[in-house]
Design a protein around this ligand. Structure first.
Ligand code: ZN
Length: 136
């Protein structure tokens, strides 16, 4: 199980901009990259439209998910997880937790527009745990 999620400051800037541009609708993206021991390194971000256009929920077009997974596989990258923004604090919503169970090992990166903070979570034994973020 990964313990650290590594992003570049440029990636964080892109995600913050996307979150602000889509506000108050939740912005979302798929994260791909490499696994190195206990660290997961994001090397690719695929910005995705929120098909629900909701301020409390998000959904990504399944075709876009499929295409992005295929493309990443060809590039030798692995799926890391999902990014989305909250107009609210960054703790996962009840709905997020429901989907976290379905997405298995995926890391959930959530940006809160209340204070611009980001936090990463994943599910271990049906419990939500936080993952440390390193920004290089
Ligand atoms: Zn959420």
């Amino acid at each position: 199980m990964p313990k650290i999620l590594q992003l570049t400051s440029e990636q964080v800037r892109i995600l913050r901009k996307e979150a602000r541009d889509k506000y108050p609708v939740e912005a979302c993206a798929l994260l791909f990259g490499r696994f190195a021991k206990e660290k997961v390194v994001v090397t690719k971000i695929v910005i995705a439209p929120n098909t629900l256009q909701s301020t409390t929920r998000f959904q990504i077009d399944p075709q876009l998910v499929f295409d992005s997974f295929e493309q990443a596989e060809q590039e030798g990258l692995r799926f890391i997880g999902l990014f989305h923004s909250h107009p609210a604090p960054h703790s996962p919503s009840a709905e997020d937790i429901r989907y976290m169970k379905l997405w298995g090992d995926a890391i959930w990166l959530i940006l809160s527009l209340t204070d611009d903070s980001i936090a990463a979570f994943h599910m271990v034994n049906v419990k939500v745990q936080r993952i440390r973020i390193i920004i290089e």
